[in-house]
Ligand binder design. Structure first.
Ligand code: PEP
Ligand code: MG
Length: 588
């Protein structure tokens, strides 16, 4: 059954238009109790077959996932899926499900549920912590088989076509695993433009929206067709032919403009009066380096190393990290490669790295805090790998979530200690490491004058700066309306940061999502930011914006915006400048 045509307004978080059928997202952690239906004796064999088919599909999916992770430079450790594969064929587990069907005449769904709950309870009662955690693995595997059981009911639609994912939420690690060959885009309930799932979507060029009604995923089936408009946040369910055609034309027009802008990639990103603004790329996974090279970026402005640490049991060791950083530095040539040290916590989570779960992970031991307190070992390993790799290119290292000067001093102390260690071992390393801090807490912005003499550069992380200044959880769609980077408080913090950098003769970049928002670019340029770092796909648009305006106009606009009392007025001033000098980039 398909739904009647209707339009839903959600929140746009990754640009582009996707048109395709629905793939409802499995929720890994929840295994809902099915109805305990009894089968007639003659139905038992067919039910067993249904279970075995779902088991086989699950085996195939997990093998594919494992292989995909193995082939990535950052995920040689595909242990999680290896363990899950073993469970799919575990004799005791499978035997219990088969017994439930054959002897108790339960449906495969109910027999699977019963067996899962039984084994999960056995594991959670064990003393050994490792074994206790295997209970979660059983539930995860079972929920995958359960989904495949329901897919097994529905054979009308081949799963070979690319689909639009619709679900309640996507974690950053789940998003990182999406197969771009199978996914057209996604629409989920939770998140915002700056949540990490959205950041990854932009880097994967997948249109995405968040803030869909919670009941939407359940009301759709695989037969429903969607238009997902990642520019406006609209979702159109089962559109009529005219609407679909209009959206196809819109997608074509956007594609044509992007193609045209891409041809400008060798042009210098400078204003009409000759001020150069460096455009760098944000990188989430090392294999995207080729795309960065083709984007006309002047280097890597932010490599989020935490993705090397997600979706795995053991963190990458020094050698594995060394190889990744060396590869990037060699690929980068003379261009700067800014590697950010591990920033797990918040919504990027790997429970294997933490001692305990936190009530408020965005305000907890995130980023440099974890690395200087509970897990100094992780930072030491990472810095050793970086120091060694630094001889292969133009390396810069920056620290996330810094809120006090002492944290920088601690890292400097650690670097000295590691350099001595490497000396003793006779290892080669970079003797002068360029070190910067992210300005992403209000404390860091307010103290920029004190940080500046200790570091070589600042990089303003507006995603978090907005979150912590405005007191809005960046992954909560209910407060997404408060995400206003042109809010006077944010502009003032950026102004102070740039001023402190200028007085101390260091450079300053913006690497949060706002760097790619063409409507806001005049304010960032006018405030004196030297570099904007963003998803490679956004670089052509921002280059056109910069090349169309003068520094004189941008500065004037920024000064006026600083005097505004609200975000809307400041944005209107900035947008008016873009509309005057490059209206074509506002029309998509
Ligand atoms: C930021 O906070 O703006 C930033 C670039 O870092 P992340 O989005 O990874 O927190
Ligand atoms: Mg941040």
């Amino acid at each position: 059954m398909t739904q009647p045509s209707q339009t839903i307004q959600a929140i746009a978080v990754s640009p582009g238009i996707a048109i395709g059928r629905v793939l409802r997202l499995r929720t890994h952690s929840h295994l809902l109790e099915p109805e305990p239906h009894k089968l007639a004796p003659e139905e038992v064999e067919a039910e067993l077959k249904r279970f075995h088919t779902a088991q086989e599909v699950t085996r195939k999916q997990l093998t594919e996932l494992r292989e995909r992770l193995r082939t990535r430079l950052n995920s040689q450790d595909a242990d999680i899926f290896e363990a899950h594969l073993l469970l799919v064929d575990d004799k005791m587990f499978v035997g219990a499900v088969e017994k439930g069907i054959r002897e108790d005449h339960y449906t495969a769904d109910y027999a699977l549920y019963q067996a899962t709950e039984h084994f999960a309870a056995v594991f959670s009662g064990m003393e050994d912590e490792y074994l206790r955690e295997r209970g979660a693995d059983i539930r995860d595997v079972a929920s995958r088989i359960m989904d495949n059981l329901s897919e097994a009911h529905n054979h009308e639609i081949g799963m070979d076509d690319r689909r639009i994912i619709v679900g309640n939420s996507l974690s950053p690690s789940e998003t990182a695993q999406l197969d771009q060959g199978k996914v057209l885009g996604f629409a989920v309930e939770t998140g915002s433009a700056t949540c990490h799932a959205a950041i990854l979507a932009r880097s994967m060029k997948l249109p995405a929206v968040v803030g869909i009604p919670p009941e939407l995923p359940d009301s759709l089936s695989a037969a429903d067709k969607l238009i997902l408009d990642g520019y406006t946040g609209k979702i159109i369910i089962n559109p009529d032919a005219r609407t679909e055609e209009a959206y196809r034309l819109k997608a074509e027009a956007a594609g044509a403009l992007y193609n045209k802008l891409e041809q400008e990639k060798t042009l210098r990103p400078e204003t009409t009066d000759g001020f150069m603004v460096q455009l760098a790329a944000n990188l989430d996974t090392p294999e995207k380096i080729e795309e960065v090279k083709g984007s006309g970026a002047c280097g890597i402005g932010l490599f989020r190393t935490e993705y090397l640490f997600l979706n795995r049991v053991q963190p990458p060791d020094e050698e594995e990290q060394f190889e990744v950083y060396k590869h990037l530095l060699i690929a980068g040539g003379d261009n700067p490669v800014i590697v950010r040290t591990l920033d797990v916590g918040g919504d990027k989570f790997n429970t294997n790295l933490y001692r305990t779960a936190e009530q408020n992970p965005f305000l907890g031991l995130r980023g440099i805090r974890l690395c200087l307190h509970e897990r100094r070992d992780l930072l030491e390993t990472q810095l050793r790998a970086l120091l060694r790799a630094g001889i292969y290119g133009n390396l810069r290292v920056m620290l996330p979530m810094v809120s006090s000067v002492q944290e920088v001093l601690d890292v400097r102390g650690m670097l000295e200690h590691l350099a001595t260690q490497l000396d003793h071992e006779g290892q080669e390393y970079v003797s002068r490491l360029s070190l910067g801090v992210m300005i992403e807490t209000p404390a860091a912005a307010l103290l920029a004058e004190h940080f500046a003499p200790l570091v070589d550069f600042f990089s303003i992380g507006t995603n978090d700066l907005v979150q912590y200044t405005m007191a809005i959880d960046r992954s909560n769609e209910r407060v997404a309306y408060l995400y206003r980077p042109t809010h006077p408080a944010i502009l003032e913090l950026i102004r102070r940061t740039v001023e402190a950098a200028r007085r101390n003769n260091i450079w300053v970049s913006v690497c949060g999502q706002v760097a790619a928002e063409v409507r806001v670019v005049p304010l960032l340029v006018g405030l004196g930011v030297h570099e904007l770092s963003m998803a490679p796909a956004s670089i052509p648009l921002v280059r056109r914006a910069i090349r169309s305006m003068s520094m004189h106009e941008a500065e004037k606009t920024a000064q006026e915006a600083l005097r505004c009392s609200n975000a809307g007025d400041a944005l209107a001033l900035s947008e008016a400048l873009v509309r005057r000098c490059a209206p074509e980039i506002l029309n998509i």
